[in-house]
Write a protein that binds this ligand. Structure first.
Ligand code: MOS
Length: 713
């Protein structure tokens, strides 16, 4: 099966085990599960941003042929735990954001459900709302901590003095917009409720499009008042998530409530693309003031990164925007902070490299500006500020080969050809090169269990992990096969079901490191107990091993991203002609799927640089561009010559497998690499993403626009 070319040093190329089923259409996604007597749900959504439902009239909907049930806060089953307001669906008349669920229609077909929903009339008592992130710090909250358990603020040394005494200074504000996860497969959930015969033996079967079946079960069990073992979540195939399927959202609760009103008939719910812009999370907008102080040689003396971002009024989501700045470069004086605006908006959530992607967009644009103010090559600036140890924790790096990434990439990309801003012209196009660092924490999550069984001459590997399209079906099979010393065909993997052993969520780029090391531990346990020649039916299991050394190290992945951008001198249109990512991500298991993750991440970052922007209407609390006609993501024509390569450094300090995670790091440095290339091409610095033609033209000055003599726009 090694019929794909190796493009890297580690790993063995292997075709996707699930590829054939996906191409043939036989891979069963959540909504396609063949259940008996299915009904279909269409939600009712609030049309105000804040207030109460005064009256809701469902009679016309209920009278319609084919309607099975209409759910509102008046008849919804009571939830056992409503502390988490995201999940307290239809438990009161309160409306906390526009688009929030206020009910649902369940019908024999999707069409009838949708039509019936349009017949429900609702009256509201509306209250004033605020839905736009303010750009001053009045009335902002200081969160106790930011996501992933990081402190909200950090400070070392005297950053004020460093800024006051700086020979070279950058003091700029960078902003990133609200953005929405748009996996190809929408969020879908099929709920089958069994009332049982009496006290406490109700149960729920959920076919769900999720990044973690066990996380869904564990989160929903207390909300629904069921013991975890009374909920089964099944999710063999998932068409992307990017973090938006990393936790259950309100739609899971809504479908579980509705399934209690159908007499046991399954309820199928697929969100529309437009509904996804309200109900499954999004990337918070950020406003980042970044101050970099340096001496005349470009050595940083102070780093200061102050972030304003938003959360919803009903649930705190405090993104860790400035955490990468804490560990990225050496400087004796440092400060970072996060402040939160609580708004009447949908609840922000995870979106690929939540925190690191917007935060490094700001920092790496600022580094590009500092390089210019120091008259230094941007790569040389970063080399001069390379820290020997993690400046935040004081720990040694488990492995940090960022400079090697830059050197390797510079050579391959032709970095030496980079000129002064606005100096290179190709017909009507201004052409330039840009670079940025990338980083992402190397997480290994404990708490998974894998089981190995020897059945019919094959090794069955059982773990309740997920494959959201990343290649886990294949890579985890490869890991097991290698540890067992058999061909991949000698392994049969089972995943995506809570009937399988506990596994952590597919998030934080932690899947391979966490589940892979668990599978290897289970293989070791199996061989210890049963040897090389096991009896039919032999089994063994193991939990994620403790990696004793890990705590001694700061564990991160690194990368250098290069971009070549062409900016049209008249229209401000931007074309990214080439991108190269060089990554220090530890062990690679399967080069083709790894490359797909890294390149896909870079496309995600390019999209952040140039396209993505959810436009919130301050008057209504509505994201007005809530579809693919107006929320722009790249298409093939936007993606030219993209490549990702990796260095030859396993990181066994980070975990026993030596793998550091590849799902998010491609996204982190790419927005700044593109923005810096646009600056080098045009001489115009846009600090507010996305970099759209209107912004470039507005800043370029009309006198120069289109002039063939001018190097600038
Ligand atoms: Mo990813 S945003 O950690 O699911």
């Amino acid at each position: 099966m090694t019929d794909l070319p190796a493009s890297g040093i580690h790993g063995h190329p292997h075709r996707r085990i699930d590829g054939r089923a996906k191409v043939l259409g036989t891979a069963t996604y959540a909504f396609e599960q063949d259940v008996d007597a299915a009904t279909y749900l269409y939600p009712l959504q609030a049309t105000i941003a804040r207030g109460r439902v005064r009256r809701i009239d469902t009679s016309a909907a209920e009278a319609l042929d084919g309607v099975v049930a209409v759910l509102t806060h008046l008849n919804a089953p009571r939830l056992a735990d409503t502390d988490d307001k995201e999940y307290a669906v239809c438990q009161s008349d309160e409306v906390a954001f526009r688009g929030q669920f206020i009910g649902a229609v369940v019908a024999e077909t999707q069409e009838v459900a949708r039509h019936a929903a349009s017949l429900v009339s609702v009256e509201y008592d509306e209250q004033p709302h605020q839905v736009v992130l303010p750009d001053d710090d009045k009335g902002l909250d200081d969160p106790d901590e930011v996501n992933a358990g990081y402190p909200s603020d950090t400070a070392q040394g005297d950053v004020g003095a460093a800024l006051a005494d700086a020979e070279r200074l950058v003091d700029e504000t960078y902003s990133t917009p609200m953005e929405h996860n748009n996996p190809m497969e929408p969020h879908t959930s099929v709920a089958i409720w069994s009332a049982g015969s009496g006290d406490g033996d109700a149960s729920l079967l959920l076919y769900d499009s999720t990044q973690g079946v066990h996380s869904v079960r564990r989160t929903l069990a207390p909300v629904l008042g069921l013991k975890p073992e009374r909920i089964r979540v099944v999710s063999p195939y998932v068409g992307g998530g990017f973090g938006s399927k990393g936790l259950p959202h309100a739609h899971n609760v809504l479908v579980a409530l509705a399934a209690q009103l159908t007499g046991g008939r399954p309820v199928k719910f697929a969100l529309t693309r437009q509904q996804m812009f309200t109900l499954v999370g999004y990337r918070t907008p950020t406003i980042q003031r970044i101050r970099l102080a340096a001496d005349g040689d470009g050595r940083l003396t102070g780093i200061c990164h102050d972030v304003i971002e938003q959360t919803s009024r009903i649930k705190e989501f405090a993104e860790q925007t400035a955490t990468a700045t804490r560990m990225m470069y050496a400087a004796p004086n440092r400060r970072t902070s996060h402040r939160l605006a609580r708004l009447d908006v949908p609840i922000p959530s995870w979106m690929r490299a939540p925190g690191e992607a917007p935060g490094m967009a700001g920092l790496e644009m600022a580094m590009d500006e500092l390089a210019e103010r120091c008259s230094l090559d941007p790569i040389e600036l970063r080399v001069r500020n390379e820290p020997d140890i993690d400046p935040d924790s004081g720990k040694r790096w488990s492995g940090r080969h960022l400079v090697e990434c830059f050197r390797t990439g510079a050579e391959r990309f032709g970095w030496a050809d980079r000129g002064e801003p606005g100096a290179r012209r190709d017909g009507d196009w201004l052409v330039g090169l840009g670079v940025a660092s990338s980083t992402y924490p190397a997480f290994t999550m404990r708490g998974s269990t894998a089981e190995i069984a020897y059945v019919d001459g094959r090794y069955v590997v059982r773990i309740g992990a997920s494959d959201i399209g990343t290649g886990t079906w294949t890579t985890l099979s490869q890991i097991a096969a290698e540890a067992l010393g058999v061909e991949v065909e000698g392994v049969r993997l089972e995943l995506g079901d809570t009937d399988l052993p506990m596994a952590t969520v597919e998030g934080g780029s932690s899947g391979m490191a966490s589940w892979g090391s668990t599978v290897v531990a289970a293989v070791d346990a199996f061989r210890d107990r049963h040897g090389k020649d096991p009896e039919e039916g032999a089994t063994a299991r193991a939990e994620t091993p403790e990696h004793a050394d890990r705590k001694k190290y700061a564990t991160h992945s690194f990368g250098a991203i290069f971009a070549e951008a062409a900016v049209h001198a008249d229209t401000g249109e931007v074309r990214v002609r080439r991108m190269l990512g060089v990554f220090d991500v530890g062990r690679i298991v399967n080069p083709p799927t790894a490359r797909s993750q890294l390149v896909g991440g870079m496309i995600f970052g390019l999209s952040m640089a140039l396209f993505e922007h959810s436009v919130m209407d301050a008057r209504t609390g509505h994201v007005v561009n809530h579809d693919f006609a107006e929320y722009h993501i790249p298409v093939n024509a936007d993606i030219a010559d993209l490549d990702a390569i990796w260095l030859d450094h396993e990181d066994t300090n980070a975990n026993s497998l030596g793998a550091k995670g590849i799902g998010e790091i491609g996204t982190v440095g790419s927005p700044a690499a593109v923005a810096n290339a646009v600056y080098n091409a045009s001489g115009v610095r846009i600090r507010d993403l996305p970099i759209t033609p209107d912004k470039l033209i507005a800043q370029s000055g009309s006198t120069k626009t289109g002039s063939p003599q001018s190097g600038h726009m």
